[in-house]
Design a protein around this ligand. Structure first.
Ligand code: ADP
Ligand code: ASP
Ligand code: MG
Length: 481
């Protein structure tokens, strides 16, 4: 591995305050939580203050979503069984982490499960699961995980205090399921957490969740604990935010799809945003945004190999000579919706209407392309929102003799790297790698930032395409990094 200059080294030689985030796998059992706590202990032993942000135990978020949906369809017995199973899992972990049966933590865990049971029963009675009630239910995963981490920290000799996202000061808008922090969040988080730090306590914040001005529980979108950690990091002007992972860092591709993927030593905020947006599950797409204003570095670190540097994310994009593309990523489960017909020819308002409709429906576009004759516009969206998109478009466009078609089973593959800017031949290399594998391209787009080129292809081809493109850009070789 080539040594890269570390732009953050000046400020991080002796950090005073770190925010550390632990995801579901690292919170998956008492043993995993104990190991995670020991990673906190390595820094606190050196006099560093640490704020910990945690995810739900592995699988719990999906389980909560499933049981909430079951309650809505009347399957309350199934939902209650799932809650009982989860309660056991949390009690067992608490016990293994040293909690006495009559301790405050065990009482808290019991009470939280009771509140969860009541919320789920409400959904069952109403047979209605709103985004708001779903957020309340799904937030219990993180709420229940925070006291477990506090127990593990106590075992390492640290005094800690568990908080919900709302208690930590995270105030959001009311876009339940995908809420964003309001500006006031930052002063609130600083006031609340600094008080605990000054009292010698290590705060443990439940990730993924916040609360609205009315006090309703909200969530920041799947994978949102990364975002919670960076919000806290920005609020406290932390020296760095460390997201501990079950991988060595941000890699040149998802290691599950590309076994030869390599760890990337350095990425810019912009590169990370592109990668996360185009499916690199390792970080929430908005996670770096709070860090940008104060230029706070983010490190993606390996929990299994804590001495390894991992990936450093900063404002600067450091590109070694000759490297144009740093990573390949893909989103599966995409659909292409094509609006076509004579009614669109030379009528720019149609395109304006189209985007207005999508904005109103809060539909995220992955790619857009328009033929120069303007006889058709193609939109790539997540398949989960495809039907909603078609329904929203059909009625208003019908009067204009336009046709709306949908193609399912699509994936978007993207190559990302700041070194692509002004480098010739990158697209040609991408296209010939795909052609070499006999893969047909359905749509193409290159952002004007030249940070990425993305192509839509058939979903069945995406894994082999990712491996081939990874190889074609020399990313299989450790020499590159
Ligand atoms: P956490 O629970 O800690 O938030 P995630 O499961 O959300 O962790 O993200 C880590 C996973 O992301 C890895 O196990 C890996 O399979 C997947 N992943 C996808 N793309 C990448 C990539 N480019 N680099 C590293 N990991 C990736
Ligand atoms: N537990 C939440 C999820 O599974 C948030 C997170 O893990 O970051 O999406
Ligand atoms: Mg995640």
């Amino acid at each position: 591995m080539t040594a890269l200059p570390d732009p953050a080294s000046a400020r991080t030689s002796s950090p005073r305050l770190l925010v550390m985030k632990f995801g579901g796998t690292l919170m998956g059992s008492s043993a995993a939580i104990r190991h995670s706590a020991s990673l906190v202990g390595r820094s606190t032993a050196q006099g560093v203050n640490v704020v910990v942000v945690v995810s739900a135990m592995t699988g719990v978020t999906n389980q909560l979503l499933k049981l909430a949906e079951a309650a809505e369809t009347g399957e309350i017995a199934f939902a209650n069984d799932e809650i009982a199973f989860m309660r056991n899992r949390h009690f067992t972990a608490a016990q293994e982490l040293g909690a006495a049966p009559d301790s405050e933590t065990v009482r808290d865990i019991r009470e939280m499960h009771e509140t969860l049971r009541q919320a789920v029963y409400g959904v069952y009675l109403l047979r209605e699961l709103t985004l708001r009630s779903r957020d309340l239910i799904v937030s219990f995963g993180e709420r229940l995980a925070a006291p477990l981490m506090a127990l593990a920290l106590a075992q390492t000799g640290l005094n800690s205090h568990a908080l919900t996202g709302g208690q930590a000061g995270i105030l959001t808008d009311s876009h339940f399921g995908n809420a964003k922090p309001l500006p006031l969040t930052y002063t609130r988080v600083r006031d609340r957490l600094e008080g605990l730090l000054n009292a010698g306590l290590t705060p443990v914040v439940a990730g993924f969740m916040g609360e609205t001005e009315k006090g309703a529980t909200s969530t920041l979108g799947r994978g949102g604990t990364d975002f919670s950690a960076t919000i806290v990091g920005a609020a406290l002007h932390a020296d760095e935010v460390w997201t501990w992972k079950d991988v060595d860092g941000f890699m040149s591709a998802d290691p599950r799809a590309v076994p030869r993927a390599q760890t990337i030593a350095q990425l810019s905020y912009g590169e990370v945003m592109e990668l996360a947006y185009f499916g690199a599950k390792v970080l929430h797409p908005l996670a770096v945004t709070p860090l940008q204003e104060h230029n706070i570095p983010l490190r993606v670190k390996s929990a299994a190999d804590p001495d390894f540097v991992g990936t450093l994310v900063t404002a600067e994009a450091i590109t070694l000579h000759g490297i144009s593309v740093k990573a390949v990523t893909a989103i599966k489960g995409v659909s292409i919706i094509t609006v076509s017909g004579a009614g669109i020819l030379g009528v720019p308002e149609v395109v304006a209407d189209l985007f207005n409709i999508l904005a109103r429906e809060n539909i995220t576009l992955l790619m857009v392309s328009q033929s120069s004759s303007m006889s058709n516009v193609s939109l790539a969206v997540q398949s989960a929102s495809a039907e909603r998109t078609v329904a929203a478009l059909r009625t208003p466009l019908a009067g204009r003799r336009l046709q709306v078609d949908i193609q399912e089973g699509v994936a978007v593959l993207a190559i990302v790297g700041a070194g692509m800017r002004g480098t010739k031949g990158v697209a040609a290399r991408l296209f010939s790698a795909l052609a070499g594998e006999d893969i047909n391209i359905l749509m193409i787009s290159q952002g004007s930032s030249e940070l990425n080129i993305s192509v839509a292809i058939e979903e069945q081809d995406v894994d082999s395409a990712t491996r081939e493109v990874h190889r074609a850009f020399g990313l299989d070789s450790t020499e590159q990094f």
